[in-house]
Design a protein around this ligand. Structure first.
Ligand SMILES: *Cc1c(COP(=O)(O)O)cnc(C)c1O
Length: 385
């Protein structure tokens, strides 16, 4: 079997020490040790999310955090403004629909973010909107949203600001409190370097005030119940606490590197990957690239499935293609979490060889050289993760 190289924007590679945690005997989830671990990770998550707000741990994939945010913040029949700049933005609308929430979707051409002015206008048009739902990193198009600017606008209204930070948090700057994010949603399998199975929400006092005005019609994702238990460093139901033990190891790595250094490393890897791809004459898909992944347009005459298939069979490199209407049109390379500059260089080298062998005119070495130049010029130390 090829050495697996998971260059996908989730799930992403998991460090060896984190994997080892998962090999330990299962402890009891109500034991003192389990409570101690929840205490520690809750504190560390606050640093990673840059928040003093309550952080709750949910046993679910990332979408569970989105559902928890929606069902607790907006009563049935209530209205939400959804930033729909891609597949995951559209998921907010789907979550709302399933919950009987009226979603006002702000659309963009995929590959572009929703602009702050669009949000400001929508809030004026819909003063009864209870929540604005946005995405930090729209993974389907590789696009970052101006969350800070949008947060400023929403903060001036009664509405809450819920942000899907599932592929963004830990890969790009996200200052929950400073940026007025009322409910931050995060998943475990992206830049937090864990397997899938855990989700997190950070809930502001403004959000709690709204949540406390009505009884949410969810049993499992009831954040009031979770808040009560979290006060005792506990969870309402059996959590995936083996993953929480592994989370402690993953967060220790982030703390040792420093969250700002982690963001800088991702920015550098993103710059390097973009430079490499563009040096081959390929076009980036996004007008405002997110930092945990790079999306490029599949050039004419090249089959996306053959290209990605060959990267996997020859080099063990997993990438992803496009979702929904972007199927076959783009390739997305993830560089988040337990990824370093050599993973990016190696992926670019493999991309050059694969494209050349498929008859696409490339000069092997160009992408690698362009990426190396970025890395050598990087101001920030690329300390090993
Ligand atoms: C991966 C991802 C999700 C979905 O998370 P699941 O863990 O599959 O539920 C949602 N939003 C964004 C931006 C993502 O990248």
């Amino acid at each position: 079997m090829r050495k697996p190289r998971l260059m996908t924007p989730g799930p992403a590679m998991v460090p060896e020490d984190v994997l080892l945690e998962l090999a330990r005997p299962v402890i009891h989830h109500r034991s003192a040790e389990a409570k101690q671990v929840i205490t520690e990770v809750t504190q560390s998550l606050k640093t990673v999310f840059q928040t003093k707000n309550d952080v709750l741990i949910l046993t679910a994939s990332g979408t569970g955090a989105m559902e928890a945010a929606a069902v607790n913040a907006v009563p049935q029949g209530g209205k939400a403004i959804v930033l729909s700049a891609g597949y995951f933005g559209a998921r907010w609308a789907s979550v709302c629909k399933a919950l009987g929430i009226q979603a006002i979707s702000l659309e963009t051409e995929w590959g572009r973010p929703v602009e702050p002015e669009q949000v400001a206008n929508a809030l004026k048009q819909h003063p009864d909107a209870v929540c604005v739902m946005g995405t930090l990193s729209e993974t389907s198009t590789g696009t970052g949203h101006p969350v800070e600017a949008i947060g400023k606008i929403v903060a001036g209204t009664k509405a809450l600001f819920a942000v899907d930070g599932i592929s963004g948090v830990g890969a790009m700057e996200c200052r929950t409190d400073l940026w007025n994010i009322d409910i931050l949603c995060v998943g475990s399998q992206k830049a937090l370097m864990l397997p899938p199975g855990l989700a997190f929400v950070a809930v502001s006092p403004k959000a709690w005030a709204q949540i406390d005005t009505f009884d949410s019609h969810s049993f499992y994702f009831n954040l009031k119940t979770a808040r009560k238990k979290a006060k005792e460093f506990d969870t309402p139901f059996t959590p995936a606490h083996t993953l929480i033990l592994a989370l402690r190891a993953a967060l220790k790595r982030i703390e040792e590197e420093g969250i700002e250094n982690v963001w800088n490393r991702h920015k550098t890897m993103s710059d390097a990957c973009q430079a490499g791809v563009q040096a081959l004459g390929l076009e980036l898909f996004s007008s405002r690239p997110a930092e945990g992944l790079t999306a490029f347009i599949v050039p004419e005459g090249v089959s996306e499935s053959k290209l990605r298939g060959s990267l996997t069979s020859r080099f063990g490199i997993a990438t992803v293609g496009g979702q929904d209407k972007l199927k076959g049109k783009i390739v997305r390379i993830g560089h988040m979490g337990y990824t370093d500059e050599l993973d990016v260089i190696g992926t670019l080298a493999a991309l050059e060889m694969t494209l050349a062998e498929m008859g696409f005119e490339v000069e092997p070495g160009r992408a690698v050289t362009a990426a190396q130049q970025v890395l050598m010029g990087a101001k920030h130390s690329l300390a090993a993760v």
